[in-house]
Design a protein around this ligand. Sequence first.
Ligand SMILES: [Fe+2]
Ligand SMILES: [Fe+2]
Length: 316
Amino acid sequence: MSKPLVLFVDDEENVLNSAKKQLLEDEIEVLTTTDPFCALEILQKKNVTVIVVDNIMPLMKGIELLFKARSVSPETVRIMLTGYVDVNSVMEAVNIGAVYKFIVKPWEQEELKSAVLDGIYRYEMVHKLRDASEDQILELAQIIELRDPYTHGHCERVAEYALLLSDALSLDPGVRNEIKYGAWLHDCGKLGVPENILNKRDLLTFEEMRIVRNHPVWGAEVVRLAGLSETVAQIVNYHHEKYDGSGYPVGLKGSSIPLEARIVAIADIFDSLTSERPYRRKLSFHEAIQILLKEKGIVSDPEMVEFFIYLIEKSL
Ligand SMILES: [Fe+2]
Ligand SMILES: [Fe+2]
């Protein structure tokens, strides 16, 4: 297999040189250019794994280059280097999936390296997911889940609960399968969340929370790039939306949240409540049901959640 190729674009030669030095490793090939147009040509000709772009360049703004990069080479993982003053506008680009990660200048060596390695990991995951068999999809979901020791077995259990509801609703077999894949992969965007954040026992800071809340968008992009169906991508994208519109990433409300995502969301919440988490103990089924009931219509679809509770109680 060929080495991952990382392309750096910055109008300052010395920034490129230090980035290159920091990343120079046998397993990575690094290309640099000061010219954004030349960068686009490279993207057209070569399989670039990760592109790292400076936001402020005289010939083209970094964000514009990354939007162009997305259409020329959608699979290339896009990272932005930015000054502190531009952080807000770059965050918006992250929220809509145009930028995978950003690094604030001046950066720590480890920060750049881990962002690039993370990008390479995401690129490889997309490739493995493409054309994966059903067993391999589950395996990949489990590998991603390993980064978070508190969620061991989570994706499989979420699929079990979601299918309990789907089967009782007699959903079409094709949709049933999409719900299964969507449930397995719903948290796959966590591959973009650093492990120290996933494993943190204390409350997350605002910045850490912002990173965690990107996981639905990151996951949906992985699923789309891997060629899975739009329904699967929507399940991943909307599994943290809430029925009253107070969820994320979009704040969709009620039935504008796709049914498949509403089903997986209920399964996800139920499994989270009944599992041990770093910040709270595991609840009993009965306690979890009380919480679902209390939050019905606010967090979850009221009809679906009542039906789910009926099915769970019947299975006890
Ligand atoms: Fe999630
Ligand atoms: Fe989850």
